[in-house]
Write a protein that binds this ligand. Structure first.
Ligand code: TXA
Ligand code: MG
Length: 349
């Protein structure tokens, strides 16, 4: 299959590109497009055959449900059985934006989209190109992250090309995304509502608005034998090919330990990557050192995380050592993804 790639400027949307993307979607094809979190791989969510093509292109397990993306609040009624009041409040505040909510699904939503579940995940993205492509494609676009299953999510169109060229109809290139980690997933079918995946909309932000919010236990206790409630969270996701170790503790001791570990592996003949920050980058003496952002603003860390993991993949890196990040704000989502990428290999120094 030939994959069309077209660039789009978020400030001045090219209507031809939007129309082309919309027509492909309406005809049951696949279009990757930018959202503010990560690039999505879209298909008509109400067309079971179209949604199924997503699983084939990504190599995604068929029990892993898709998020339906909408562009207008009045689209929510048709695909949900009921809309709890707290969901309406959260939508008013955080939609469009990096929040996905789970509802009881209406019959019109095919099981092929929800991975056989009777619930449906819905998000209204903020990116102007995403919004217009959703509208042009019929209003209900199923879109997982546009990566091959198991690879880090794409934060640029280049990442999508790496994974999906020849497997999908079109890639709309809107430049680098602004957030860089996937949306917060909030299950509204339980009381209190429960976070199934942390993202840019944090527990604190939600609790200020709708009261108590629970967190899926498997996010807090990684050794728990329980199965995560978001089926996708059980896979070793976000994973680079290299073995990743995260070091936590006093930042001075962390940098010393990373230097020691890196030197030992380099002496054994391995390729080593180091993930440091603006505050520490000067302290590293060996290996391929990459600056992930500043601790003063962990949004910068979120924005660079997946790109750096992919860069280490293309460099053929064998071992990666990373500093750890705070458990507040977006740092929580960053640590969740880093820990998964590391297979929970965390060392305290
Ligand atoms: O930011 C995002 O959410 C991006 C952009 C493209 O919107 N999308 C994304 O989709 O991250 P995906 O498919 O990579 O991750 C969706 C997650 C998976 O872990 C899936 O298991 C979970 O959402 N999920 C979807 N529907 C669900 C449902 N009904 N119940 C529980 N979890 C669900
Ligand atoms: Mg994904």
């Amino acid at each position: 299959m030939k994959t069309i790639i077209e660039q789009i400027d978020a400030g001045q949307l090219n209507t031809d590109t939007i129309k082309k993307a919309g027509d492909i979607l309406k005809n049951g094809g696949l279009v990757a497009f930018p959202t503010e979190t990560v690039y999505g791989l879209g298909a008509d969510a109400l067309n079971e055959d179209a949604a199924k093509k997503i699983y084939a292109a990504k190599g995604r397990p068929s029990d892993n449900p898709l998020i339906i993306h909408i562009a207008d609040m009045n689209a929510l009624d048709k695909i949900t059985e009921t809309i709890p009041e707290k969901a309406e409040i959260a939508a008013k505040e955080f939609w469009p934006g990096p929040l996905t909510m789970i509802f009881q699904k209406a019959d019109i939503v095919p099981m092929g989209t929800t991975g056989g579940l009777d619930t449906v995940a819905v998000r209204m993205p903020k990116h102007p190109a995403a919004k217009e492509i959703i509208r042009a494609g019929g209003g209900y676009i199923a879109a997982p992250s546009a990566n091959t299953s198991g690879r880090p999510s794409p934060t640029t169109a280049r990442h999508v090309e790496e994974d999906l060229t020849g497997k999908i109809d079109m890639i709309v290139d809107g430049g680098a995304v602004t957030i860089g980690v996937e949306s917060t997933i909030l299950d509204m079918t339980v009381e209190p509502p429960m976070i199934l995946r942390p993202g840019a909309v944090t527990k604190d932000m939600l609790e200020r608005l709708i009261g108590e919010v629970a967190v899926d236990k498997t996010l807090i206790e990684p050794d728990s034998k329980k199965i995560p409630k978001a089926p996708g969270m059980k896979y070793r996701h976000y994973a680079p090919k290299a073995e990743l170790t995260i070091l936590e503790g006093d930042i001075y001791r962390v940098t010393e330990a990373i230097n020691r570990l890196a030197e030992a592996k380099i002496n054994e003949g391995f390729k080593v990557g180091i993930i440091g920050t603006e505050e520490t980058i000067e302290r590293y003496s060996a290996g391929n050192v990459k600056c992930i952002g500043t601790r003063q603003n962990e949004m910068t860390v979120a924005g660079n995380l997946y790109g750096i993991l992919r860069d280490f993949d293309s460099d053929g890196t064998d071992y990666i050592y990373s500093e750890s990040f705070s458990s507040g704000g977006i740092g929580n989502a960053v640590m969740n993804r880093l820990l998964k990428a590391a297979g929970h290999h965390l060392v305290h120094v």
